[in-house]
Design a binder for this molecule. Structure first.
Ligand code: AMP
Ligand code: MG
Length: 503
């Protein structure tokens, strides 16, 4: 059989045809300005999969021109660079105007796979930089690059990352670090805060213009409703609910769920001090500046809803009144989150069908995790291989891989007995169930120590570990014997690793 035809022929950089729909908005939506670029840029990381999304031949990454373009030194024909303005609530408090302080949109393009905006992060100051330097450091760029691609591998909606370009340019953070630019690709970078910006200034024309742009470009089905703006809010409420369920099911913690970091398309957006749950603790805070624990794992679903209410407030004049807009969130968010979360948890637990006891059993599972703190990912991956029925004589041996994750093995035994009793209610042959569970419970996640290992080598200008981790995380549900070590708990050198939130 012939190999399937590619969707389109991969093309060189110069063949990118920008349509720049965002740049077609009125001039007060952004400031047009070229990126500042980087001196003598070199390639640090590259995602062939993302190149494919924008129709770019992956061989293009070998060209010197590639680094020049994605450092912001050379503009492609048709590029109309700009920094967008937005506002937002940070840590629950109105922060006023923010905007792309270190992001330059190079332009947008459309192809068979969708609409794609290409954005540089870290290519210099903009009018929205406030007192900051417009730069991003290598460390945080690697974290954003790896996590974007890891989330995509997990099947979670996210902005993508095409590449990281580095330079020997010092940037001051807690210490001097080297600068980098990460190129992000997404259907759109419009945020809840983009709407709050116009609503806070009572600029109803601009507010409507932005909503019309999002609807007509990305959500045309909303036009079929009596009030397309209410339909847009319903859509983003549903997608955000599903996104929260997906984050919670893989143990992802965003760390800075401010309204300016919430995507109108329901994508994971703006990777900063994020983390993946290791030893389970629902109260875990992955952002060192989050003194009150606003963005803990367990608070994420609640905070997302609070953020949706702020978006609803912003859209209220287009929908009718604030109470009507809040009612739209109420009608869609909770149901989307809960039903998707239950479905994902049933898949993680290998439950063949729903049962009225599921909510209680899922609660019992989280209580076990909270009390005994096994590694969240390893727990479910190990469970995936256990049989539904066991003979009492061999049980301890068969269950050992899971029991050994507990100091109090009897607590694990008690829970396993409940799990097996639950299996009887909706029986599923072991081989089928195990295959389904292995497809629902990733083996590989971006553990902090993995990102740190990639960063330490990259600081020595060795990018091979970064490339290996990226490759491994692109197939997180597959056994990859060559990457077995990446599934492990933090090694000794990484115990108590602190993640700096400066970026
Ligand atoms: P964040 O919460 O990290 O997504 O960023 C909040 C705001 O600060 C956004 O307006 C960013 O563009 C801006 N910002 C963060 N870091 C920098 C930087 N190094 N230079 C300029 N602006 C920045
Ligand atoms: Mg941000």
């Amino acid at each position: 059989m012939n190999a399937p035809e590619p969707a389109f022929m991969p093309a060189p950089l110069e063949a990118i045809v920008f349509d720049n729909s965002f740049a077609g908005l009125p001039e007060n939506f952004f400031t047009r300005l070229p990126p500042a670029g980087l001196p003598d840029p070199y390639l640090v990381g590259f995602s062939p999969a993302v190149a494919g999304l924008i129709g770019l031949d992956e061989q293009e990454a070998r060209r010197a021109m590639f680094c020049q373009v994605f450092a912001g030194n050379t503009l492609l024909p048709g590029s109309a660079p700009l920094a967008a303005v937005y506002s937002g609530h940070q840590f629950g408090v109105w922060a006023g105007q923010l905007g792309d302080g270190r992001a330059h949109l190079l332009g947008g393009l459309s192809n068979q796979l969708g609409h794609w905006e290409i954005q540089l992060k870290g290519a210099g100051k903009t009018p929205y930089s406030r007192s900051a330097d417009g730069r991003a450091v290598l460390r945080s760029s690697i974290r954003e690059f790896l996590c974007s691609e890891a989330m995509a591998g997990l099947g979670i909606p996210t902005t993508r990352a095409l590449c990281i370009v580095g330079a020997d340019l010092g940037v001051r953070r807690e210490e001097i670090e080297s600068a980098a630019v990460v190129t992000r690709i997404a259907e759109s970078f419009v945020r809840f805060g983009s709407f709050e910006h116009w609503a806070s200034r009572e600029k109803n024309g601009e507010l409507k213009r932005l909503a019309d742009y999002v609807i007509d470009t990305f959500r045309p089905a909303c036009r079929g409703f009596d009030n397309p703006y209410a339909a847009l809010l319903a859509d983003v409420s549903t997608r955000t609910g599903e996104l929260m369920a997906r984050w919670m099911a893989v143990g992802f913690m965003h760390g800075v769920m401010n309204t300016d970091n919430m995507s109108i398309l329901g994508l994971t957006l703006d990777y900063g001090p994020f983390g993946f749950m290791e030893a389970f603790d629902a109260g875990h805070i992955c952002n060192h500046s989050d003194d009150h624990g606003r963005y803990t794992y367990r608070n994420q679903p609640h905070v997302a809803q609070w953020n949706l209410y702020r978006l609803a407030d912003a859209l209220a004049t287009l929908i009718g009144k604030p109470s009507a807009a809040h009612a739209v969130v109420d009608a869609h968010y909770g149901e989307a989150f809960e039903s998707r979360f239950e479905q994902l948890m049933r898949a993680k637990l290998g439950l063949a069908a729903a049962h009225e006891s599921d909510e209680d059993f899922i609660g019992e599972t989280f209580a076990l995790l909270q009390q005994h703190r096994p590694d969240f990912t390893l727990f479910f991956r190990t469970l995936s291989r256990l049989p539904a029925a066991v003979n009492p004589e061999t049980q301890a041996k068969i269950d050992a891989p899971l029991r050994d994750q507990f100091i109090d093995r009897s607590a694990c035994d008690v829970w396993l007995a409940s799990w097996r009793a639950r299996q009887v209610l909706t029986p599923w042959p072991d081989s089928e169930r195990q295959a389904a569970m292995l497809a629902a419970n990733p083996k590989y996640i971006l553990r902090n120590w993995l990102a740190e290992a990639a960063i330490r080598q990259a600081k020595e200008k060795d990018y091979s570990e970064l490339a290996r981790i990226q490759l491994c995380l692109s197939k997180p549900f597959e056994e990859q014997p060559e990457f077995e070590a990446y599934a492990a708990l933090p090694p000794d050198w990484a115990q108590g690793l602190e993640v700096s939130c400066s970026s």
